[in-house]
Each structure stands twice: as structure tokens, then as C-alpha cells.
Design a protein around this ligand. Structure first.
Ligand code: ZN
Ligand code: ZN
Length: 144
């Protein structure tokens, strides 16, 4: 894939720009979520945050994630079985490529979506507002 795309702004930078009140704990959570292709469960965020700030509580992590979701800075996604994943790549429209074996989730930008339509019978009177596409397969380290 060689087409140039604008690098999405990292969550921690977006939060700084909107002057979100940054405590050490909240900044740590934002930093855990500030990398490409992050789709962690709340428990995984908690584990990573705790390795940086051992005294951080599970409640702080859950409350902060809920705040970020209601601010629209993080999106909840359900792409693999199990708990909800938190996707900080909000504001940059993207879709997902999921490894069915190890559960790895990568952000992708499929082409041709703008031309994708439903048969009028399928669409009925529904006004389409968004399209979500999930590609599923086996990642490089899972196919032998
Ligand atoms: Zn895999
Ligand atoms: Zn994503």
C-alpha cells in the first residue's frame, strides 16, 4: 500500500489541543491509547496503564474510557468475540482488517466504498448514514 494518507493525530495530542484536564493518570491512559492500530479492551488498557502508574485504579481507567467515548475521541468497537475494544482512531474514517486466528485488528482504508450501494429493495426507505466494513483473514504470522 503506497498511497499517501495523512497520519491521524494521536489521541494524546488531540486531547491536549482541546485542553482536556490532564492528570498524570488520565495522561497515562491517553498515552496507552496513542499509537497506530490500538484496539484494546478496558482490562488491557488498565494493565498497560498500571505498568506506568502502579497506583492507578481500575475505576479511573473505566471512567476515563467512558469520558473519552462520550467526548467522541474514542470509539467502542466489537470486532472479535469478548469484551468491547476501545479504538482511539476516532475522527479518521477507517475500517478494519481482523485476523480470525490471533484476533489482531488493523485499521484499513478500503477503496470503492463511495460507490457501494444497496439494491433499492434491500435499502427500502432507510437513509444510509455510514458503512462499516470488516475484512477477515489470517495475518502474516498466522498463516503457515
Ligand atoms: Zn494472526
Ligand atoms: Zn480502528
Amino acid at each position: 500500500v503506497t498511497n499517501a494518507r495523512a497520519e491521524p493525530k494521536l489521541l494524546v495530542d488531540r486531547l491536549r489541543a482541546r485542553s482536556w484536564r490532564m492528570t498524570v493518570q488520565r495522561r497515562t491512559i491517553a498515552e496507552v491509547l496513542s499509537a497506530p492500530d490500538i484496539h484494546l479492551t478496558a482490562e488491557q488498557v488498565f494493565d498497560r496503564a498500571r505498568s506506568a502508574v502502579p497506583e492507578i485504579s481500575r475505576a479511573t481507567v473505566y471512567n476515563t474510557l467512558a469520558d473519552l467515548v462520550s467526548m467522541g475521541e474514542v470509539v467502542e468497537v466489537q470486532l472479535v468475540p469478548g469484551p468491547t475494544r476501545y479504538d482511539p482512531n476516532a475522527g479518521t474514517p477507517h475500517h478494519h482488517l481482523v485476523c480470525e486466528r490471533c484476533g489482531k485488528i488493523v485499521d484499513v482504508h478500503p477503496e470503492g466504498l463511495a460507490a457501494l450501494t444497496l439494491h433499492p429493495e434491500d435499502q427500502g426507505d432507510c437513509k444510509i448514514e455510514s458503512i462499516e466494513v470488516t475484512f477477515r483473514g489470517r495475518c502474516a504470522s498466522c498463516h503457515e
